[in-house]
Design a protein around this ligand. Structure first.
Ligand SMILES: [Ca+2]
Ligand SMILES: [Ca+2]
Ligand SMILES: [Ca+2]
Ligand SMILES: [Ca+2]
Length: 338
């Protein structure tokens, strides 16, 4: 940590959650931001749900972004996740897609999405960056409602989605469609290979999801779809990197599933207790957040304990009092409701 690149990477991993000490170091008081997106060429429209009305909870979260140097030229490029709309019919070739912008080194960017092989339309959510195969080229994991994408960086300006082959689509055996949200690459067992954590909001099915007219939920006088309280919370996943291009779901033996179902959103990885092993923080909607302490115990080194849950409305880390000087956490939830 400490470099500008690390700082931006922390943003990419955890769209709604930032490590406050990183944030404070990088942005001194008095800094002023000017929106230069249009002048810089970042003109693609972010699409996520209905333009005038949102019927489903799924339409309310929006998308993440990543700053990373995909072509190793020393200049940060930008990947913007995009969503779609239930009701819209797009002409072929005009469907919304996530975007990769190459840094032109003059304050502007060029859209290289198609050339990079990153065209895909779906309900994209979050993105995290990591070189999971240690070839020197940063790869992308993009979460979706439905199958996630693991874009292997081919090192020549193109990417290939290898999620299926790698075993990280998060597709369920029951057919339930996970609403994957935040994600993070981390080497939880310190074997030199980046593992992958994916948070889940709920398993969402529009056929059974509450609608605004089904009541009785109101927001500022308007009928809105009820949730997430009352809905079955999702289960987070920890994937172990096998070192051969595949991953294994170790959520059960790692203790990840011991956490009651929650409405997981952003994910932050940091060594909260300064023991040299990365821990995992998940910002949950409407319930207390979860802090998974890495136990690095014994031969398996897989045991990670969920933090003790606190009162239902508290959105803070359940930091253990004996932990010395843990990094502070600032939470900015990405949820927007009408
Ligand atoms: Ca670059
Ligand atoms: Ca790589
Ligand atoms: Ca590992
Ligand atoms: Ca630790």
């Amino acid at each position: 940590m400490g470099t500008r690149r690390d700082f931006f990477r922390s943003l990419c991993r955890t769209v709604p959650v930032f490590a406050f000490d990183q944030f404070a170091q990088a942005l001194p008081l008095g800094v002023q931001f000017v929106n230069v997106a249009r002048e810089a060429g970042l003109k693609s429209k972010t699409i996520f749900g209905g333009e005038r009305n949102n019927r489903f909870l799924l339409e309310t979260t929006g998308c993440g972004a990543a700053f990373f140097d995909y072509d190793n030229d020393g200049w940060l490029d930008i990947f913007l996740v995009n969503g779609t709309r239930f009701e819209a019919k797009y002409p072929k070739g005009a469907e919304p897609t996530s975007r990769l912008y190459k840094n032109n080194r003059d304050g502007t960017f060029t859209d290289v999405t198609a050339a990079a092989g990153l065209i895909r339309t779906g309900w994209g959510q979050g993105v995290c960056v990591g070189d999971y195969d240690n070839d020197g080229h940063d790869d992308l994991f993009v979460t979706y409602w439905g199958d996630c994408a693991l874009y292997r960086n081919n090192g020549n300006g193109t990417f290939t989605d290898v999620a299926s082959k790698a075993g990280v689509t998060t597709r369920t055996s029951t057919g339930a469609r996970r609403w994957n949200t935040g994600c993070a690459f981390l080497d939880y067992d310190r074997d030199g290979l980046l593992d992958l954590f994916v948070s889940n909001y709920i398993d969402f099915d529009p056929k059974t999801a509450p609608l605004p007219e089904s009541g009785p939920c109101l927001y500022k006088g308007h009928m809105v779809a009820c949730g997430p309280p009352g809905l079955q919370g999702g289960k987070n996943i920890l994937f172990h990197n096998n070192g051969d291009g595949t991953f294994t779901d170790v959520s059960g033996k790692a203790g990840i599933l011991k956490t009651p179902g929650t409405y997981g959103l952003g994910v932050l990885v940091a060594d909260f207790d300064n023991d040299g092993w990365p821990d995992i923080y998940v910002a949950n909607d409407s319930t207390s957040s979860a802090l998974y302490k890495n136990n690095h115990d014994g031969t398996s080194r897989l045991s990670i304990s969920p933090s003790k849950r606190e009162s239902p409305t508290v959105r803070t880390a359940s930091l253990r009092p004996e932990w010395a000087s843990p990094p502070s956490i600032m939470i900015a939830t990405a949820i927007s409701i009408w």
